[in-house]
Design a protein around this ligand. Structure first.
Ligand code: BDP
Length: 736
């Protein structure tokens, strides 16, 4: 099987370059095929949600086989060749058939995949209005009156997305009769941000090294690049930023651009555009100019030329992602220019080529005497409306930094005249790295469904980023990737669910976490309800478990210094806004950061009534209590417990929830392959141990302030605080 698919895949790319298959393909692993099921003894997780396991329902299998044995599809472009090879893999796996492909002609009762302009008969079944709704990436899957199944779109990429959706429907064993799906993505840019360095270390990467084998590029095109593009296309991700936001200007030199071009060629059939990070000082670093001042004509000229050069390598280059004047990165403020002046200068360089600039709002400075969580809003709100049309401001979901729980960022809803996109972190820098099972969709959903009240009730964050609130034309969602060279891509098998969920929610920010988990489990493990139901529940609860054992009740930024692995509520000294003390401010009376109108007034950055709700300790949701309020240890919580007891009980609950996850998982052994079962089981052991580590460290430490005993039901630590304080810094991935 492997060899046959190699040939197929490679034929797609033979047009533009010579490809070599250096790594095994999807579908590896010991397989034992029977007619009705595909049982895999050892699965290493490489196949992701594209395992294409055999359909188990006999009657559906028959219907599918009948339906898909003949497919009209003219593979006249690299994208349509990709469609064809995907169908061959998928239908071999799911139905054990090799369909007959017909280049032209409309067949009633068969399957037709094509653009209406190529297959005029499709127009009988699809209206112009419907096609208008689809834009460049949407699709229609429809069973027509004459019982043919059509997949149509305005572009080849739309067809590819449509076919992936069709395959997804079969993977979930849903009926095709009367199927009628019309879908278009709700955001334009759905993009992964790789924080990958040129030496292949991945900043905050916990799944091995960078996928991009710069040393062997452009000659060697690993099969993994293509499988990466397939996986992204299958969930509608249409862009990838190859390099770290803490940027290295070398990526903009010809030696690297040639390599970037090879990746772009490999990804192009799958609709995946390549973007790069731009180091703001590149005109100095590479161009030997004395300054990088955005208003200096020489600097503008340098970027114009550089961009022109990039487009000679990558004609459909997407544009730049920029981190400027943040955490030591150079930027326009080095020359007393604003973020808008910096962004617009780059935007003018890429505009003639159709490129965009994603300018990050993650800016803060220890020299600014202001609550760090307020600084981005203070910088960017006054610049609203000043950015060029091809600039999009990229805002992290919360105002601090990807914590297990944060309130939504006050810039959502507040930027009315500038394009605005979301940045989520898929890699679990603050949620247990790739050893903790934490399903992030509930975190994404909580933020997307938060009500900004920017234009009254119901103006959710989702509406502020899909353009429906303020009518922005350029919209998007970025996710900091959790992918690396680990055989299973994400380190933790359940980390794959976070990549999957990110893509699904970028396509449709209104999707529910539960539905996404259900889809993912069925495609990744098994459709057996006795597995799907408990594992869905386990996943849905896992993020709250993590919040509980790490940062309950609005605590934040109490992780270890530098590598951020494990607890560090005692971290002090050095730059204050990188310590834990700056954020929890515990003393013998109270704990928490007063961000109300009597404190830093961060609450004032929100619209009413959100501002008032957060401002008042009686109405502030308890999950954000210590984020916004300074609270005495004996404060009475809604449950009747004191704050101290409540905090301790939350920590305990986090640990117990992980133990329950272990119990759930132990029952799952008979449903799936041994390899993934055992691997997840071992990882859950680590998670339990580290949940206890977090609980004990935080409670022992905070107890030195509260001076209160642990309430009943909370386990005492066997080890003293000194033990935890002394846990040595050991090498941690993602940090160096
Ligand atoms: C922080 C990470 C740091 C990133 C930064 C960013 O610790 O490595 O460079 O975010 O988003 O959370 O730029």
């Amino acid at each position: 099987m492997t060899i046959r698919f190699s040939i197929l895949f490679l034929s797609i790319f033979a047009i533009s370059f010579t490809a070599q298959s250096a790594e095994p393909l999807l579908g590896e692993g010991k397989e034992e095929k029977t007619d009705s099921c595909l049982f895999r003894e050892g699965e290493d997780g490489y196949d992701l949600w594209l395992r294409y396991a055999r359909v188990e329902n006999e009657s559906l299998l028959k219907l599918y086989r009948e339906r898909l044995k003949k497919i009209t599809l003219n593979p006249s472009t690299p994208t349509l060749q990709a469609v064809k090879s995907e169908l061959l893999i998928a239908l071999d796996g799911m139905l054990a058939i090799e369909p007959e492909f017909i280049d032209s002609g409309y067949q009633s009762s068969g399957v037709v995949i094509g653009l209406p302009e190529k297959f005029p008969d499709i127009n009988v079944h699809v209206s112009k209005e419907e096609l208008n709704l689809l834009g460049n990436e949407g699709f229609i899957i429809r069973e027509t009156k004459d019982k043919s199944l059509i997949v149509t779109a305005n572009t080849d990429i739309g067809l590819l997305y449509g076919v992936f959706r069709l395959l997804n429907t079969i993977q979930q064993e849903q009926a095709l009769s009367e199927i009628n799906i019309i879908e278009a993505p709700k955001t334009k840019i759905r993009i992964l941000n790789h924080w990958d360095n040129l030496d292949r270390n991945v900043e905050r990467g916990y799944a091995g090294f960078s996928l991009w084998d710069w040393f062997r590029l452009p000659d060697v095109i690993h099969q993994r690049y293509i499988d990466y593009a397939r996986a992204n296309a299958s969930i509608g991700i249409n862009g990838t930023v190859l390099t770290n936001v803490n940027a290295n200007a070398q990526i903009l030199t010809p030696v690297y651009l040639e390599k970037v071009a090879a990746l772009a060629d490999a990804f192009r059939p799958y609709g995946l555009k390549v973007y790069l990070t731009a180091r703001f000082s590149a005109p100095i670093d590479l161009g030997k100019l004395p300054v990088a001042d955005p208003l200096d004509p020489q600097v503008q000229e340098w970027w114009n030329k550089k961009v022109e050069e990039i487009y000679t390598y990558v004609p459909d280059f997407g544009g730049f992602l920029v981190k400027a004047n943040s955490e030591g990165q150079p930027g326009p403020q080095d020359y007393k220019r604003s973020h808008a002046e910096g962004a617009n200068m780059l935007a003018d360089a890429v505009a003639p080529h159709g490129g965009i600039v994603m300018w990050r709002a993650f800016v803060y400075d220890q020299n600014v005497p202001e609550d760090r969580t307020k600084q981005a809003y203070n910088e960017f709100k006054p610049l609203d409306g000043v950015f060029r049309d091809n600039v999009i401001v990229q805002v992290k979901n919360g105002p601090l930094d990807f914590q297990p729980r944060e309130p939504f960022h006050p810039l959502f809803g507040a930027l009315e005249e500038s394009n605005l996109m979301m940045e989520f972190q898929i890699t679990q820098e603050y949620l247990g790295f790739s050893t903790h099972l934490v399903y992030l969709a509930p975190l994404f959903e909580e933020c997307l469904q938060a009500d900004t009240h920017a234009k009254g009730q119901g103006t959710t964050v989702a509406k502020s980023i899909d353009g429906s609130l303020h009518g922005q034309k350029l919209t998007g969602i970025a996710g900091v990737s959790n992918i690396g060279t680990d055989r299973n891509w994400t380190g933790h098998p359940f980390g794959q669910a976070n990549w999957y969920a990110f893509g699904r929610m970028a396509w449709d920010p209104y999707l529910a976490s539960e539905r996404i988990a259900d889809e993912w489990i069925k495609m990744t493990f098994t459709k057996d309800p006795a597995f799907v139901k408990p594992v869905t529940e386990m996943m849905l609860n896992s993020r709250e478990a993590c919040v509980n054992y790490m940062t309950p009740l609005g605590l934040h930024h109490i992780m270890a210094r530098g590598h951020h692995h494990g607890p560090g509520p005692w971290v002090s000294g050095g730059r204050p806004d990188w310590t834990a003390l700056y954020y929890h401010r515990a003393n013998t009376d109270s704990i928490g950061f007063n961000r109300t109108s009597s404190g830093s007034n961060a609450t004032g950055q929100y619209f009413k009534p959100v501002a008032e709700i957060f401002d008042d300790i009686n109405t502030c949701p308890e999950e954000y209590l210590l984020w916004f309020h300074r609270v005495p240890w004996d404060y009475k919580m809604k449950s009747g417990n004191t704050l101290w007891n409540e905090m301790a009980l939350h920590y305990q609950k986090g640990v117990e929830d992980v133990r329950n996850m272990q119990k759930t998982w132990n029952f799952m052994e008979s449903f799936i392959d041994k390899e993934r079962f055992m691997y997840v089981k071992s990882l859950l052991q680590i998670q339990e141990r580290e949940a206890v580590w977090w609980r004990n460290s935080c409670l022992l430490y905070f107890q030195t302030f509260s001076n209160m005993p642990l309430p009943e039901g909370v386990e005492e630590s066997y080890k003293p605080l000194e033990f935890y304080l002394k846990i040595n810094e050991i090498y941690m991935p993602g940090h160096h």
